[in-house]
Write a protein that binds this ligand. Structure first.
Ligand SMILES: Cc1ncc(COP(=O)(O)O)c(C=O)c1O
Length: 407
């Protein structure tokens, strides 16, 4: 057998079972949280802006450097509520990237607004400011950049466009809890930051979401929208004032259990983010010269990037004839890793996308179409929450496979 043969050819796995012991299941569980959850259960206060929701909201605001946090049921209703609070109505247009989870676009659809799909940059895979500018019409009422996989949309250029046209920005930070752009925590740069705490996220309570904002008026509206019209100071059944006329409110409340899990998890977020970031940089450095792939570019002004996935972009022109993404994935995973294929897009081609043609617009989609389905390989963040030996072993595996398949 060839020296350094790939594992699928019978060679030794690059990521040994010994090295893999550093990989822990996600999300982590803490004994002190288990105790706390039992106490909440026994207290019978499970919802309605209870002490855990208030504590988490306060601590998350402090963490992000934002004035207000409004805790909700998930990171889909946070996006919808943000658009709603900003006054987006039926027929308005909302700019979103074409390579995101359905929720980013559906938030507009829920309000009768039109998602306008705009292309992304070929390196960061985040909304392309140049194309955003071209896509703006008189009807554009919001822009939602997504910090995809933890990389970062160019917030300097997007906020400059926002200011020039008077169009608010909602940052979709579902993939980027704790990432820092040029000294500012993501989510605190646009008018509203929206977060998801769904099971796989880097800060997780199974389900959950939050909006952050520095705007008092938006905060008040967001709270009323998610709490069937009550403002934050009001007790259930004792509303002294109601929402403004026309502000149709929902029950999008989260539970005390989730808020408690998140408060405890938040204590670990900074250290976990820094570790993932440092390992990701080391890994990226080790595979810089490997043929046939490029690493998704970090946020251009990332101080700390909160990796949700580590992404390899295949370079089709630099692959041997006939090699498919599936071949590469199979060979990488035989080396002891778990790479997935695909990058959230194009949204308008997703099996679950049921919006009729007149309900959305595609402004530009070349990069999204080119990259989303057959060029992206991604590995979950838990792999980065390990150590340098793991990064070295993963890099050895990637190098071995791409030396065989790349040219
Ligand atoms: C980019 C993005 N935005 C929004 C959401 C919606 O979050 P949730 O699943 O909490 O509703 C997700 C989902 O996971 C997502 O990946």
């Amino acid at each position: 057998m060839k020296k350094n043969a790939m594992a699928i050819e019978g060679g030794k796995k690059a990521v040994s079972d010994q090295v893999k012991k550093a990989l822990k299941p996600w999300p982590p569980v803490y004994p002190e949280t288990a105790k706390r959850l039992q106490a909440i259960y026994l207290s019978r206060q499970w919802s309605f802006n209870g002490p855990c929701e208030q504590e988490f909201s306060r601590k998350f605001s402090a963490y992000c450097g934002a004035k207000h946090s409004i805790f909700m049921a998930n990171g889909t209703v946070t996006l919808e509520s943000a658009l709603h609070a900003l006054g987006v109505k039926a027929g308005d247009e909302v700019i979103v990237p074409g390579n995101t989870w359905l929720a980013t676009a559906m938030a507009a659809v829920y309000l009768g607004a039109i998602p306008v799909f705009v292309d992304v940059e070929p390196d960061t895979l985040c909304l392309d400011p140049k194309k955003v500018r071209q896509a703006i019409t008189k009807k554009t009422k919001a822009i939602i950049p997504v910090h995809l996989f933890g990389s970062m949309a160019d917030m300097d250029r997007l906020m400059a466009i926002s200011k020039e046209y008077g169009i608010p920005v909602i940052e979709d930070c579902a993939h980027a809890q704790g990432g820092v752009w040029n000294g500012k925590v993501l989510g605190s740069i646009g008018q509203v930051g929206s977060f998801s705490f769904q099971q796989s996220k880097t800060l997780s309570s199974g389900e959950g979401g939050i909006c952050i904002t520095n705007d008092d008026d938006l905060a008040e509206k967001l709270f009323r929208i998610k709490h069937i019209g009550y403002s934050s100071g009001q007790k259930q059944g004792q509303a002294a004032t109601g929402p403004e006329e026309g502000l149709v409110c929902h029950n999008y409340r989260g539970l005390e259990f989730g808020a408690a899990i998140l408060t405890d998890a938040l204590k670990h977020l900074r250290a976990q983010t820094v570790l993932r970031d440092s390992n990701a940089r080391y890994f990226a450095g080790l595979i810089r010269d490997v043929p046939g792939i490029k690493v998704q570019t970090r946020g251009r002004k990332a101080d700390v990037q909160s990796y949700y996935n580590f992404v390899l972009l295949l370079q089709p022109a630099k692959l041997k004839a006939g090699v498919t993404i599936k071949d590469v994935q199979t060979a990488l995973n035989a080396e002891g890793m778990s790479w997935g294929i695909g990058g959230y897009g194009p949204v308008y081609k997703h099996l679950l996308w049921s919006v009729p043609k007149k309900g959305y617009r595609i402004h530009s989609n070349e990069v999204v179409e080119d990259t989303s389905t057959n060029r992206i390989l991604n590995i979950p963040h838990a792999w980065l929450l390990t150590n340098k030996s793991m990064m070295k072993a993963m890099a050895d595996g990637v190098r071995k496979v791409m030396n065989a398949y790349g040219k």
